[in-house]
Design a protein around this ligand. Structure first.
Ligand code: DP6
Length: 324
């Protein structure tokens, strides 16, 4: 095989129903299904060049050569993909995000979605979306949700075969906005992969998982019927449940800071006054305000009045991972 190159684009996503904890960490088979929306304005662009002359994989992220764990994680994923063709050809991977690290957005979802799509093409393999999603899942769980378009559900599944994500509605189905409110630009102390492993040490994780199918149904219904109140209620409860598990793990994980709670209370107050807005928070202190797009400008203006708000990134429902 000679040199072969492909480039892919993928968006990160924000989950309304969260993924937290795996039945199988190596295969990233989740304890519960999840639902998310891709974020159109944020993009990862990844080029993969398979080159028989390379002695080892090279990984450049935003023009910085990566070593250690970051490189190891890319190599591990490339090994899974190369294994499909039974070849060991090393790769030069060049990846760029149009959003900075510490912007409150985990880049692993768009990173592993784009890497999977680009590498599979560079390997000369054709495959349906479902199988691309299964493979992306093994690089980073949430990456499987960045493969299909718009509003997406990741099936818990029973094994590697049926744990993948599908689109439940296209991006233009519902005009809602994710206002990513940056309160703290520092990198998080405990990454998601480590957090997933701790989830089972919380006695609350069992309760969270037992009730997950109900929340999935409600959230899917909310999206399919464009019922904002139902989406808001389900999203907030699910977020609180995940953070309750985090805070009661051994050791406990506290991702919030005082401003996170300040903003949570503000959002609940705004909703009581009739503004269609809800909050959700991932493994960090920053808050995602999910709102109907009709109120996005008013909310940005309100947020800009707070001196402690560092930055607001406005995101709309995004498309699927694609080849460039
Ligand atoms: C809190 O997909 O980043 O954002 O599989 O170890 O890469 P890995 O974890 P990751 O976990 C995401 C956790 C979350 C919730 C979510 O996006 O569903």
């Amino acid at each position: 095989m000679g040199t072969s190159t492909a480039t892919a684009l993928a968006h990160p996503n924000i989950a309304f129903i969260k993924y937290w904890g795996n039945r199988d960490n190596a295969m990233r088979l989740p304890e519960n299904g999840s639902i998310s929306m891709n974020l159109e304005e944020l993009v990862t662009r990844t080029q993969v060049t398979l080159d028989p002359n390379l002695p080892a994989d090279i990984f450049d992220l935003n023009n910085h050569r990566q070593t250690g764990l970051a490189l190891q994680r890319v190599t591990t994923h490339l090994n899974v993909l190369r294994g499909i063709r039974g070849i060991g050809t090393k790769a030069y991977v060049r990846s760029e995000n149009n959003f900075p690290e510490g912007a409150g957005i985990a880049s692993s979802a768009s990173a592993f979605a784009a890497l999977t799509v680009a590498a599979i093409r560079a390997l000369g393999i054709e495959m349906p979306e479902k199988d691309l999603s299964r493979l992306a899942r093994r690089g980073s769980g949430s990456a499987c949700r960045s493969i299909p378009t718009g509003f997406v559900e990741w099936y818990r599944g029973t094994s590697d075969i049926d744990s993948y994500a599908v689109s439940i509605a296209p991006p233009d189905f519902w005009s809602i906005t994710d206002l990513v409110v940056i309160l703290d630009e520092k990198k998080k102390a405990t990454g998601s992969s480590e957090g997933h492993e701790l989830a089972k040490t919380s006695p609350f994780q069992t309760a969270r998982i037992q009730d997950a199918d109900k929340r999935i149904e409600r959230c899917r219904d909310a999206i399919q019927t464009r019922d904002f109140d139902l989406l808001a209620e389900t999203t907030e409860i699910d977020c609180n449940m995940m953070h309750a598990v985090m805070m009661t793990s051994t050791p406990p994980l506290f991702y919030w800071n005082p401003l996170t709670l300040e903003l949570i209370k503000m959002v609940r107050h705004w909703r009581k006054t009739g503004i269609p807005v809800a909050y959700t928070i991932d493994a960090g202190p920053n808050v995602h305000l999910i709102c109907e797009s009709t109120v996005e400008n008013d909310l940005v203006e309100k947020l800009n009045h707070f001196t402690w708000v560092k930055q607001v990134q406005v995101c709309h429902p995004g498309g699927n991972a694609i080849l460039e």
